[in-house]
Design a protein around this ligand. Structure first.
Ligand code: AMP
Ligand code: MG
Length: 520
């Protein structure tokens, strides 16, 4: 198994001279060298054939003993030096100080087909940043990250990827509900992959310590490798860099809103500097359309990270990044301008996104009313977001009276649709039909364009849970089935129609399906 190793992060940036993994504050370093813990009995559960190829391996090699050893952390690839990154962050709106890779260990960077990939094991044991944690991950959360990160990629959402999912063979103690009932669960290791895992928090760490020298080193490094079209270490470059991060962050959040993804823990340590969805923890998929929904039980009180608040939090997090980069520019105005622009850019992109979801080509601000009315109707009774938008593409121009029937499957409890709500829907479908009449597109053309942005299949919370329950019993077939299903989320796949269904009632209040904690 030959990989084209091309390390830059640990070669070009300052490392922590201390080599023990004792918990500590690490100063003036971007990373600490650590070795993954050797798992007792590692077993490969699944690999992503696309990512195997992306890093220059074959499927044959992915089934080899060496692959198992390297990506379970049993062996270190020759001439590489694994490390944990140092970062800080704001958690739930509060400054949390140093955090860092507490249960992630970067193995190496690979260059293949002109692309750089950083490979990182999640759940490979303690690091200086593990704080009270054990550095391990359980099977349940590893399956969730593995399936969802690949699914998000196929939905066209910027995201970190996953290479492999392994069982460690070791048991891990977790208190899922934080209610004093810890239990042993199977341990697992995901190898995740991204051009870089640098987060907003990496910059915040140096800024908080007034370490402008290393802040500059890290920023110059990030620009050199990941924003290479911005050249020169000047103030203008840093501003342009911030602008691009802001644009990418916004783009990512708009995608989340489009597909109904709720991240759940948008702390600044979970914000990628490349605008990738990162750190799949207590995330969830909207079933009933609801701006107030959050899957994260840890956030039940304030619902800071609820669906409808994600765009605002993106902005709040960018403000923290701007504060962190400020010492490199020493002028607040350009940052303020860009942060102000975020608001109007969001309005514009969100409007465009809604037009695309409704198959409207003529973009007009006036349609804002149509969208607001739609959202009001969607929340009037429990309505499945994915099913609603997918079925909406089946409407025929000039037949608004038949529309409610066309989307009927999206309503959780049809009895809830009383005559008043029915009337509201009729009014809305009439207004929508008038818009459709103004467009040139034939029904079929509109349907195709809508189906390219409204997925038919997403990783509903209960689907991941079914795969987890089976995997707990040693049956991994459903992982493979869902993995393949979610490779083509926009395709009809009539053979998979059973997954185009509302969440079953048993899953409504089940742990893992509607309630998730950070305990992973
Ligand atoms: P998260 O909420 O998953 O983004 O994690 C926040 C911080 O806690 C990060 O610094 C993680 O590395 C750390 N962390 C989370 N779980 C563990 C664990 N089991 N062991 C060690 N550190 C952890
Ligand atoms: Mg994190």
């Amino acid at each position: 198994m030959k990989l084209n190793i091309n390390d830059t992060f640990n070669k070009e940036l300052p490392s922590d001279p201390e080599l023990s993994n004792e918990r500590r504050q690490v100063a003036q370093a971007t990373h600490s060298y650590v070795e993954p813990v050797v798992p007792t009995h590692p077993k490969l559960i699944h690999f992503s054939n696309e990512m195997v190829e992306a890093i220059g391996l074959t499927e044959e090699e992915a089934k080899s003993k060496e692959f198992l050893e390297i990506f379970s952390g049993s062996k270190i690839y020759p001439q590489t030096r694994p490390y944990a990154m140092a970062y800080a962050g704001h958690q739930f709106g509060n400054w949390a100080g140093q955090l860092g890779d507490g249960r992630a260990i970067n193995l190496f960077e690979v260059k293949h087909n002109k692309k750089r990939w950083s490979l990182q094991l999640k759940g490979s044991g303690e690091t200086p940043y593990s704080r009270q944690g054990d550095g391990l991950a359980v099977l349940r959360s590893s399956i969730r990250e593995y399936l969802c990160s690949e699914a998000m990629h196929h939905l066209g959402v910027p995201t970190t990827r996953a290479l492999s999912l392994m069982l460690s063979g070791d048991d891990v103690l977790r208190d899922i509900l934080y209610d004093g009932n810890p239990a042993y669960e199977k341990g697992a290791i995901v190898c995740r992959v991204a051009p870089s895992f640098i987060r907003f928090g990496n910059f915040e760490l140096f800024a908080a310590r007034n370490d402008t020298k290393n802040l500059k080193k890290l920023t110059d490094y990030t620009i050199k490798h990941f924003y290479p079209h911005l050249d020169g270490a000047t103030k203008e470059t840093y501003i342009k860099f911030f602008k691009e991060v802001a644009d990418r962050t916004l783009e990512m959040v708009v995608h989340w809103q489009r597909v109904g993804f709720v991240h759940g823990v948008m702390n600044t340590d979970n914000m990628s500097i490349l605008g990738l969805t990162i750190d799949y923890g207590p995330y969830g998929w909207l079933e009933g359309f609801d701006f107030g929904w959050t899957p994260n039980t840890t956030d039940k009180q304030n619902k800071r990270y609820r669906f409808g608040n994600q765009p605002n939090i993106g902005l709040w997090n960018l403000l923290q990044l701007a504060n962190a980069l400020f010492p490199l520019v020493e002028d607040a105005e350009p940052f303020e301008k860009l942060l102000n622009a975020y608001g109007s850019n969001f309005e514009k992109q969100s409007l465009e996104m809604m037009h695309s979801k409704l198959g409207l080509k003529i973009v007009s601000e006036e349609n804002g009313k149509l969208f607001a009315d739609l959202e009001e109707n969607l929340v009037a009774t429990e309505t499945d977001m994915t099913i609603f938008f997918r079925l909406l593409s089946n409407l025929k121009k000039g037949q608004p009276d038949k529309s409610l029937e066309t989307v009927a499957k999206a309503f959780y409890n049809p009895n809830e649709i009383n005559s008043e709500i029915e009337e509201r829907w009729k009014v809305w479908f009439k207004a929508y039909d008038l818009k459709l009449q103004e467009e040139n597109d034939k029904d079929d053309t509109r349907k195709a364009s809508m189906n390219a942005v409204n997925p038919k299949y997403v990783l509903r919370n209960y689907m991941a849970q079914l795969a987890i329950d089976k995997a707990d019993m040693g049956d991994y077939e459903l992982i493979d089935e869902l993995f393949n299903l979610l490779k083509r989320p926009y395709d009809e796949q009539p053979e998979n129609e059973k997954w185009f269904a509302k969440r079953p009632e048993w899953a409504r209040h089940k742990v893992g399906c509607s309630m998730l904690s950070c305990s992973s």
